[in-house]
Design a protein around this ligand. Structure first.
Ligand code: FAD
Length: 447
């Protein structure tokens, strides 16, 4: 049910222009990017209110050695591990309008990315607009009638601060920038309770030393599965990398052997694989991804399906057709994240600002369906519908074309693709190279 209220007047700027009020949920890279662009449009938007449940900006990049929960019961959010280095070079990872420190090498530690995001925040004067230690608990659409008799949706955002004090405020639009790498997805493995060793998800993996000399089965061979396996063998662990894909052809370091899927843990605690073989292990690490989780949204009310790694329907991967003033930033996977967020935010603000018109609800729904159908017919599995991969470039270009901001430079795409290739060939040492952008279309390797 959508509540209906009488509309409240919009705030005015000093020239008596009406300004839209925008809430941003989360002060990770996506939320900071949203705040930065809202602040740069002072004739259309009041300064945003950025709600951040932790005490700092950075989200994923704010490393936390502790696992589990904080003393106040709040779950640890970041899935960052101590020795992580970025899997994209800074030349493509950066927000296009804010380069990393030129002194840094191309592949960065998480501390360097965290410092970058803090600098971004300072540079664009975002800090004063962030409410730290404040969790958004509920975001609810309210149907309004303006004085001209027009109907309009606004949003009631309820948040609670450190002391538990709750507050409800009204906004014209809400950016959902709460990330999707903090709610571990653990597949159902029959008999898992029989396993006698340690079981953890990569969300709670911090460093390799505790696993030195142990036999470890890592489930999942995507970025984290590969990275963690490589870290583990460096401390003398024996790793079985179990995954459902055809065997990886990449050269893996000695000490990592590949295996097919784990199908069950037997009564005696041994692990049964899909090919019928059985193995023993001291540790099972699930590198099996994360669930989308928006406990502050009522998905049925919003007409959204949020399950099985899919949030749908989202027009242009951002807006529920029934509520285009609710904007999800950064929901796509297999993308170049910061540049992608930068395009999404600018497009969404152009929509809110009235510079870009979105079609009526029904047409948005049809557009989402057509796009999903195209992917399904091309063989994409339903739970991968939010993976953009090669489509990401056309997607970003089309957002830029519609909203009239500069597209991503071709060099970003070609360097991203080159590094992707290098990762397949040298998973262990592709980060030893350094790059430089020479022009909008050219990059070079500099050692
Ligand atoms: P997050 O960084 O997750 O930020 C979300 C923020 O929202 C958090 O600060 C959180 O506290 C806040 N929040 C959540 N719920 C609420 C609430 N209810 N109320 C208030 N605040 C809330 N990307 C790259 O570009 N290069 C890499 O090398 C790379 N490596 C990665 C390695 C790992 C292990 C992981 C997990 C991700 C990696 N990524 C990488 C992807 C990375 O997640 C994105 O780059 C980006 O940081 C995501 O930003 P975000 O703002 O969408 O989400």
């Amino acid at each position: 049910m959508i509540l209906s209220r009488k509309v409240q007047p919009l705030p005015l700027d000093q020239n008596q222009r009406m300004l839209q009020r925008v809430a941003v949920v989360g002060a990770g890279a996506a939320g900071l990017c949203a705040a930065r662009h809202i602040l740069s449009r002072p004739t259309s938007f009041a300064p945003p209110v950025v709600f951040e449940l932790s005490g700092n900006v950075g989200g994923t990049w704010c490393y936390e050695e502790r696992i589990g929960t904080y003393p106040n019961g709040r779950p640890v959010f970041s899935s960052m591990y101590r020795d992580l280095r970025t899997n994209l070079p800074k030349e493509v990872m950066m927000f296009p309008d804010f380069p990393f420190d030129p002194e840094l090498s191309s592949f960065l530690s998480h501390q360097e990315v965290q410092r970058y995001l803090e600098r971004y925040c300072e540079n664009f004067r975002i800090w004063p607009h962030i409410r730290f230690d404040t969790a958004v608990e509920n975001v609810m659409p309210i149907s309004m009638t303006t004085e001209d008799g027009e109907s309009k949706v606004t949003w009631e955002v309820t948040s609670s601060d450190q002391t538990g004090h709750r507050k409800t405020e009204t906004f014209d639009a809400v950016f959902i920038c709460s990330g999707h790498y903090s709610d571990p997805h653990i597949p159902n493995i029959p008999g898992i309770q029989n396993f006698k060793g340690t079981v953890l998800h990569s969300h709670s993996y911090r460093f390799a030393e505790p696993f030195s000399g142990q036999t470890v089965v890592v489930l999942g061979a995507k970025a984290s599965g590969l990275d963690i396996s490589i870290e583990l063998v460096k401390v003398g662990a024996k790793v079985t990398l179990s995954h459902r894909n055809p065997p990886l052809t990449v050269p893996l370091p000695p000490g990592i052997q590949q295996a097919c899927c784990v199908v069950a843990v037997q009564d005696d605690g041994t692990i049964r694989l899909q090919d019928g073989s059985v193995c023993q292990a001291d540790v099972l690490i699930f590198c099996t991804g994360y669930n989308f989780s928006y406990p502050f949204l009522d998905s049925a009310q919003l007409g959204l399906e949020i399950q099985n790694h899919v949030v749908s329907p989202l027009y242009r991967y951002m807006m529920p057709p029934a509520f285009p003033s609710l904007i999800f930033i950064g929901i796509c996977k297999i993308i170049c994240p910061f540049p992608n967020f930068n395009c999404q935010v600018q497009f969404a603000l152009a929509v809110l600002d009235g510079k870009v018109a979105v079609p009526p609800q029904e047409q948005m729904e049809e557009a989402v369906q057509r796009e999903q159908q195209r992917k399904l017919e091309a063989g994409v599995q339903r739970h991968h519908l939010l993976k953009l991969d090669r489509d990401q470039w056309e997607y970003c270009d089309s957002l830029a074309g519609s909203a009239g901001f500069p597209p991503l430079q071709p060099a970003v795409r070609s360097l991203y693709e080159e590094v992707w290739r290098q990762r397949q060939v040298h998973p262990e040492n592709y980060r030893e190279f350094n790059y430089r952008l020479v022009s909008a279309t050219r990059w070079e390797q500099i050692g």
